[in-house]
Design a protein around this ligand. Structure first.
Ligand code: ZN
Ligand code: ZN
Length: 134
């Protein structure tokens, strides 16, 4: 876990942010919503205390992607940046691959594998959850 500030940005660079650790969790998510939102077979997320995240440049576009769920993205380039769920009001999930150093933190689980594409094979030893954890 990292205690230090992590900076990140969207693909086009209009949006920059900073988040202060340590992260609470990090995972690979295969849910259908993430697949469609990112146009990718999975999304790697890290979870932080919501008030440790701040946008330092630009404006995140927020939209309600399903009941109780708000996703944040760049309206120019489409990068997925944040996920917030009313069921976890103190948390914010941030896409690991928008971090300037996306190799830290590392995901610790695979979630929502019931939606995983059959041609994608999980080949590590991390725990696998068909739905969410818990
Ligand atoms: Zn952008
Ligand atoms: Zn997901």
């Amino acid at each position: 876990m990292s205690e230090s500030a992590i900076t990140g940005r969207c693909f086009c660079g209009r949006i920059s942010f900073v988040v202060r650790g340590p992260e609470k969790f990090a995972c690979f998510c295969y849910c259908e919503s993430c697949q469609r939102a990112a146009g990718a077979p999975l999304v790697a997320w890290a979870t932080y205390e919501r008030d440790t995240f701040s946008v330092t440049q630009g404006e995140v576009h927020y939209y309600r992607s399903s009941p109780g769920v708000t996703r944040g993205l760049c309206s120019n380039c489409g990068s997925s940046i944040t996920y917030e769920n009313e069921k976890r009001p103190n948390d914010i999930d941030i896409t690991l691959n928008t971090f300037d150093e996306p190799s830290a933190p590392a995901p610790r689980a695979h979630i929502w594998t019931e939606d995983k594409q059959p041609w994608l094979r999980i080949a590590d030893d991390l725990p696998v959850y068909e739905k969410n954890i818990g």
